[in-house]
Write a protein that binds this ligand. Structure first.
Ligand code: CA
Length: 505
């Protein structure tokens, strides 16, 4: 059965389908409906289901992903070079709120075990996070954190980790430029991330442009360690350790309590996508997103460049015109940003995406947005803005995995679900990252990195619904500390990478 030639056609109107077999299909292979391949086609790549004439639309997901650069006979491999990139949807001519989904019935009976914070939010980890106002202090802080972990943390067993929130910002930057608001807002919101229990500690240098009080305006003097005020390296480290120990003692008193799912903020991302992303992992994540929203949670989806070409499918789902216009404004901002850098959307996808069968950013976007599920889009967050309401929100971020991760953390995600086809060992220190593979071959190659295999959908072993529920349950288990993601088990932590579109001086 597994070796029978198999293709996946997403939508009845599609004139292409992707090859499902792990090793691809050879020339001459005959599909169950009699279609014979005119050439060998790798896994995930597209086969023409009909004779396509030059200039005709190539249809996948029921949408135009480009026009044929030349005639493509039925049974041919529809290679990237044969698909001419279409124009992106016109932002001035989009349908607004024309198909607002009805609210689905609430999903009750689900909770998780989290940490209650003083401000009313909940955390799913109990971490001491030490913020920094400038990169200059990173070396000293990292030395201190190593010693805190070795000498202090063992005495506070209910604290899960100590992390330095280091970054490249803080000085040598045009701090009053309009776009500087993005990195500054990101640092402000990271310092008060819900998994940090409200215990603020900021290490600054003294002379930097971004002063610690700008990160947390109500941070008292006892929450700030200024290195230039201390007599040498040893004194600096000792002061950081003293301030850290005070906070470890407070965090150590915390215990998990039962919390409603409405306390959760979950981020969705994809990286290293392939042609299966849009038929296995992302639709399953869409089911999980719908379940989370029904259970009262907040769900963020992001990645402007991977939403831009499918924006005409999102503005109809906006809860109201204001939300639709905010969505469009974020698309416009990014169009302008790319234009300033003399780049365009063809800068995405990557060579790996293309090897995985994705012809262009349109095909990637159509497969990407399905992870937002089927629900109403309730709100829009600009870069690094904290989630301010429940439901399904679009949080503007670049698609870059670590930049998106950092910005979603600033928006307050407790956990991120990450779908991948090509595979990436990406992880975050502040939040668990649940890895979902688009193909079983990846899960078999990386059994100690992939948490959930959505490739079972392509082989018929599981339905999209089944895997959606698996993701939903895994999220609640991970949020409760009952299950650890592989990224956390191996302590895989990518850097915090701030999005700074403003000038560096
Ligand atoms: Ca990404």
């Amino acid at each position: 059965m597994a070796d029978e030639p198999r293709i996946i056609q997403v939508h009845p109107q599609d004139n292409v389908a992707i090859v499902a077999n792990d090793r691809g299909l050879p020339k001459g292979a005959v599909l169950p409906d009699g279609l014979k391949l005119l050439e060998s086609i790798p896994q995930g790549h597209k086969v023409a289901l009909t004779d396509i004439v030059e200039g005709e639309s190539i249809i996948r997901y029921g949408e135009n992903i480009g026009s044929a650069a030349q005639a493509i006979p039925r049974g041919s491999w529809v290679k990237e070079a044969l698909v001419t990139l279409p124009s992106p949807p016109d932002l001035h001519d989009l349908p607004l709120c024309t198909r607002v989904p009805l609210l689905q019935p609430p999903l009750t009976g689900y909770t998780f075990m989290g940490y209650r914070n003083e401000d009313g939010s909940a955390g799913i980890k109990n971490i001491l996070g030490i913020s920094t106002s400038v990169q200059c202090v990173a070396g000293v802080l990292e030395y201190a954190v190593q010693r805190i972990k070795a000498e202090l943390l063992p005495r506070y067993p209910h604290v899960e980790d100590v992390i330095a929130l280091t970054h490249h910002y803080g000085c040598g930057v045009a701090i009053n430029a309009p776009d500087a608001a993005i990195p500054i807002r990101t640092l402000q919101n990271l310092a008060i991330h819900p998994n940090l229990g409200g215990e603020v500690l900021i290490v600054g240098l003294g002379c930097e442009k971004l002063q610690p009080t700008r990160i947390v305006p109500d941070a008292g003097d006892d929450s700030i360690v200024t290195l230039q005020e201390h007599a040498g390296f040893a004194a600096m480290a000792a002061e950081i350790m003293r301030a850290a120990e005070e906070r470890l003692a407070t965090l150590n008193l915390r215990r998990r309590v039962e919390c409603p799912v409405s306390d959760l903020v979950i981020g969705l991302q994809c990286g290293g996508s392939d042609a299966f992303s849009g038929v296995t992992a992302n639709p399953a994540l869409g089911v999980a997103a719908d379940l989370l929203v029904r259970a009262g949670a907040t769900v963020l989806f992001s990645e402007v460049t991977e939403v831009r070409d499918a924006i005409h499918l999102l503005t109809p789902r906006a809860a109201n015109e204001e939300v639709a216009r905010e969505l469009i404004a974020e698309m416009q901002w990014y169009d302008d940003y790319l234009r300033r850098g003399e780049a365009d959307r063809s800068a995405n996808p990557t060579p790996g995406n293309k090897q995985g069968g994705l012809a262009n950013v349109v095909e990637k976007a159509l497969g990407s947005v399905v992870k937002s599920g089927s629900g109403r889009i309730d709100g829009v967050l600009t870069h690094g803005e904290k989630a301010n309401r429940r439901g399904l929100l679009f949080a503007a971020t670049p698609a870059s995995d670590f930049v998106c991760g950092t910005l979603q953390l600033a928006s307050g995600i407790h956990l991120q679900v990450f779908t991948t086809g090509r595979g990436t060992p990406y992880g975050l220190a502040l939040a668990p990252v649940v890895k979902v593979s688009t193909r079983t071959a990846l899960q078999e190659q990386w059994p100690d990195l992939i948490d959930i295999d959505a490739g079972r959908i392509a082989t018929g072993e599981a339905t999209i619904e089944d895997v959606g529920w698996d993701i939903f349950r895994f999220i609640l288990d991970a949020a409760s500390g009952r299950k650890q993601t592989w990224a956390d088990r191996h302590r895989l932590r990518n850097d915090l990478v701030l999005f700074n579109p403003a000038p560096v001086t």
